[in-house]
Write a protein that binds this ligand. Sequence first.
Ligand code: H4B
Ligand code: PHE
Ligand code: FE2
Length: 296
Amino acid sequence: MNTTPQRVEHQLTDKGYVPVYTTAVVEQPWSSYSSDDHAVWAQLFERQQKVLVGRASDEFLTAQRAMHMTPDRIPKFDDLNRTLRAHTGWELIGVEGLLPELTFFDHLANRRFPVTWWIRKPEQIDYLSEPDLFHDLFGHVPLLMNPVFADYMQAYGKGGVKAHGIDPDALVHLTRLYWYTVEFGLIKQADGLRIYGSGIVSSKSESIYSLESNAPNRIGFDLERVMRTRYRIDTFQKTYFVIDSFEQLMRATEPDFTPIYQRLREHDSIPAGDVLASDAVFNRGTGEGWLTDGDV
Ligand SMILES: C[C@H](O)[C@H](O)[C@H]1CNc2nc(N)[nH]c(=O)c2N1
Ligand SMILES: N[C@@H](Cc1ccccc1)C(=O)O
Ligand SMILES: [Fe+2]
């Protein structure tokens, strides 16, 4: 199997500077997964299933059940695609890893979600510096079964293509929105705060920390506030933003962002851990354990 990826450049993302691959869509090399690969999937899957009870949002858990992933072996993209296409018209495509931003946006805009085909090694169970199959499949894919969230992801992709054509500042602001919603979002449910962000959902320690630690801020979602807020790529977040519903997220992001990007030029960015007088605060973080520098 030819798995020598073509590493072209490095891009600052979730986990620091990581290689960006130009490689086009790849077939999932399912029969080449080793028994170690399947065991890593099983271990992570079973561990997260327990952690997510009472922590993941009802929307996530419902979508996850409808997706029918199982711990016994790494799912086949083809099988998941039959279910996804029938429900929301989304499709998974296999990729080597992070894509250049415009390529990534173009896929989302066309309801294609890129999934890294390889899975982390047993010694990387708790941490690795780039997205792998577990993060992408377990973390991102279930909510593509939710009709509202599915539309949000496509709208985001279209917005990304548009922001890419404006300037790098617009992209910085839009990327923060992805970070604080798709990757690290919390949602308010009748019985309390729950997780929907895939970066949290795919991490045992952050699943617990994001909801139960007193250290981070938990603040009500406000579009421009989020777009101004810097973030952490190397540690747990200092601040999580809480939406009321996916409908709220859709409505808040429907307007044309062009004038918003213009307005945001006049404002400074907000350090990741700051709380503003105008914030709707669920929890004012104690800041315990925060590193003083390193916000992106
Ligand atoms: C939009 C997001 O912030 C980030 O820049 C993009 C870049 N390329 C990517 N490529 C893949 N395959 N997966 C991703 O999540 C991303 N994220
Ligand atoms: N409304 C945004 C597009 C978008 C939708 C949803 C999420 C993110 C961006 C724009 O005009 O740019
Ligand atoms: Fe992700």
